[in-house]
Ligand binder design. Structure first.
Ligand SMILES: [Cu+2]
Length: 545
């Protein structure tokens, strides 16, 4: 059977005139498998799950909001370090964050802050001058004249003034630091911090520049959810490894343009370990799950360790209680869920019915980690309330504007993707999305490609209105949306506040977005990092009239 890509190749279409679909299987063919380690040769469940330490402030400084108030200031330095990612592998070279009392790691230390309590963070670049992963100098902003080890930190999902948002071009070089202000005026949820430097963000995050950022509030406190040692972050990231256990970042066959459209690793790390285990007691746990991978989507399920891959037979495996931007209106019982790069899910798992058993967290055929449930009976005093946090639906009638925005992939003569754009625009084109502060807009994401693109808007939270199949060729030739399927509302576990939405292939995905917070320049982008780094990112500007 001829693929779309081969058809393009053989029929000699020119590249840039077309918005083309792409076969994901072929995208992976650029990976040089011979040089990578098969993680399945490694012993499973020999390393305990690491829990990143909580970041501690190292000084107090006047708050930008009120100079009379001293606010906690954290100092996090980006440094090279080595880390054991599996018992039987030599230490792996990475880049990570160090903080007060913590000497670098991946993930970096976890921020654990209160809603409304602002903090300052001094982000320090102490990286070596040379990068250790393959930079593509043809990629926007990554020219050979640019310093290799530039970095800038963005807190994903934070409602942050523009000067502290980590604009991709606001990178700093080794030896420099910058102090950012995070007001934290938003609901309790799990955010994450990571590098966002123009043109190399995929490499810096792959190297390890990422960590979790939890915001708490009194509403969440009142729910008596599992807390303390019963609340655990699970940061998922996939990597390819050399046989020596070093990070392998694949390159295209063309040494002048090493950029590849996507990277998938067989080694799935949880909090920086391959195949870790966690000893748990027979009670409820809260897991704060983050997909910090470059391009991998996880289809998570929890199964009995004894069964090969089947779903558990006793009803719900777990509940989802929160999305990217906070608690859902009510817990959603699930057997499985999908999490795209950049997304977070807040889960409660009750091990009470699994005393003395082993449970496996998996993504389809991938084994991710093991839970060892102790046989002892325990008194679980935490709650699983039937109602969580109300999420009032924003009526469409409140939107002052609707924007139609397409997601585009461009291929070369060989049918290989060479460029991704948002609405046909390059990074340096004039700003086209200029919402007014304190207004609501509907963004209609039109996806003619074969890929699901997780689209993230900085600054704001939004709700998913619906998704609907449409005919891409009609749209391409006439600009008209001809719908070919029913209007599909978001699943129950997506019907909360989001900051990243899966724009599914061949579908129109509509979100409704209140632009609240601060005026200024932000970005919106695909969270597949290889796409983001190759122009699938655009500035947008919140304006005041
Ligand atoms: Cu994308």
């Amino acid at each position: 059977m001829i693929t779309r890509r081969q058809f393009l190749h053989y029929s000699g279409f020119t590249a840039t005139a077309l918005l083309m679909n792409r076969a994901p299987a072929l995208a992976q063919s650029t990976t040089v498998k011979a040089f990578t380690l098969d993680p399945n040769i490694l012993a499973k469940f020999v390393d305990p799950l690491p829990i990143p330490p909580i970041a501690r402030p190292d000084r107090y400084q006047s708050s930008p909001e009120n100079p009379a108030v001293k606010t906690p200031c954290y100092r996090l330095a980006m440094r090279p370090f080595e880390m054991k990612i599996h018992r039987d592998l030599k230490p792996t070279r990475m880049w990570g964050f160090s903080s007060q009392g913590f000497n670098s790691g991946f993930p970096g230390p976890t921020f654990d802050v209160r809603s409304g309590q602002d903090i300052l963070v001094e982000w320090v670049n102490e990286l070596p001058g040379k990068h250790f992963l393959p930079i593509d100098h043809n990629v926007m902003g990554a020219g050979a004249d640019q310093p290799e080890s530039r970095a800038v930190v963005h807190v994903h999902g934070a409602k942050t003034p523009p000067e502290s948002d980590g604009y991709p071009e606001s990178w700093i070089v080794p030896g420099k630091s910058v102090v950012y202000h995070y007001p934290n005026k938003q609901d309790a949820t799990m955010l994450w911090y990571h590098d966002h430097a123009m043109g190399i963000n995929r490499l810096n995050i792959y190297a390890g520049l990422a960590g979790a950022f939890l915001i708490r509030d009194s509403f969440e406190d009142s729910l008596n959810l599992p807390a303390g040692k019963y609340e655990i972050p699970l940061v998922l990231s996939d990597r390819q490894l050399t046989p020596e256990g070093q990070l392998f970042y694949p390159a295209s066959p063309d040494p002048k343009s090493p950029w590849v459209p996507e990277v998938f690793g067989d080694a799935i790390l949880v909090n920086g370990k391959i195949f870790p285990y966690l000893n748990v007691t027979a009670r409820k746990y809260r897991f704060r799950v983050l997909n910090a991978s470059n391009g991998r989507f996880y289809h998570l399920s929890l199964t009995d360790g004894a069964s090969a891959n089947g779903a558990s037979a006793d009803g719900a495996s777990f509940w989802q209680i929160g999305t990217d931007q906070g608690l859902l209106p009510a817990p959603v019982p699930l057997q499985e869920l999908m999490i795209a790069p950049g997304e977070r899910v807040d889960l409660v798992v009750d091990f009470g019915g699994h005393r003395g058993k082993e449970m496996i967290l998996r993504s389809d055929s991938f084994v991710i980690m093991q839970f060892r449930v102790s046989a002892d009976k325990v008194n679980d005093t935490s709650s699983m309330p039937a109602a969580l946090r109300p999420v009032p639906k924003i009526p469409e009638s409140q939107a002052v504007k609707t924007r139609l925005l397409s997601l585009n992939e461009y291929v070369n003569r060989a049918g290989e993707p060479v460029l991704m754009l948002l609405n046909g625009k390059y990074w340096h084109d004039p700003v086209t999305e200029r919402p007014s502060l304190n207004t609501i807009e509907i963004w209609t994401l039109i996806n003619p490609t074969d890929d699901s693109h997780p689209i993230h808007l900085h600054l704001v939270r939004f709700q998913i209105l619906d998704r609907q199949k449409y005919d891409p060729s009609t749209y391409q030739s006439t600009g008209k949306l001809k719908f070919t399927g029913p209007v599909v509302p978001p699943e129950a576990n997506e019907a909360g506040w989001k900051d990243t939405v899966r724009a599914e292939p061949g579908m129109v995905t509509r979100i409704i977005v209140p632009f609240e917070g601060y005026p200024g320049r932000y970005v919106w982008h695909c969270h597949i990092l290889e796409h983001e780094d190759n122009e699938m990112m655009r500035p947008y500007e919140v304006i005041t009239d």
